[in-house]
Design a protein around this ligand. Structure first.
Ligand SMILES: [Zn+2]
Length: 135
């Protein structure tokens, strides 16, 4: 790995480039990565809903993926299409399993035993809104 001979204690080029990139994006690199994961799960859920709408009614409960920032999380949350639609009506809202919320980028606006609805804050909110699949 290349290191600057004049500043051997400088971090290697790759992480330097990452920090530079995050500076230009205006979003903290970690926050952006977390928000990206949630956007990914939201897109999967959109496909689940598409499939569900072709056969079901609003009252039927479907299993949607937890939309938390943990890429390895595969928990399913029981939601009716009505509830899911309500959450999707605001691009900053996500549905996560209880305890899967991330206080540094979101606040819980609705709690029950099966799922929490969270609203993204600050730059994370702008990032997820820009990637809204409905816009
Ligand atoms: Zn989760």
């Amino acid at each position: 790995m290349w290191r600057n001979p004049w500043f051997p204690h400088e971090p290697p080029l790759s992480s330097h480039a990452e920090r530079k990139a995050s500076y230009f994006c205006g979003v903290d690199y970690r926050e952006e990565r977390l928000a990206r994961n949630e956007v990914l799960f939201r897109n999967v859920n959109e496909q689940i809903e598409q499939a569900a709408m072709s056969q079901g009614t609003d009252e039927h409960v479907y299993e949607f993926f937890c939309e938390c920032s943990n890429i390895d999380c595969s928990l399913r949350l029981p939601l009716t299409l009505g509830v899911y639609e309500e959450i999707r009506s605001d691009p900053r809202l996500f549905v996560v399993a209880p305890g899967h919320e991330l206080p540094e980028i979101e606040v819980v606006i609705r709690r029950n035993t099966e799922y929490h609805v969270v609203r993204k804050q600050g730059e994370a909110a702008e990032l997820v809104a820009a990637r809204d699949p409905r816009s």
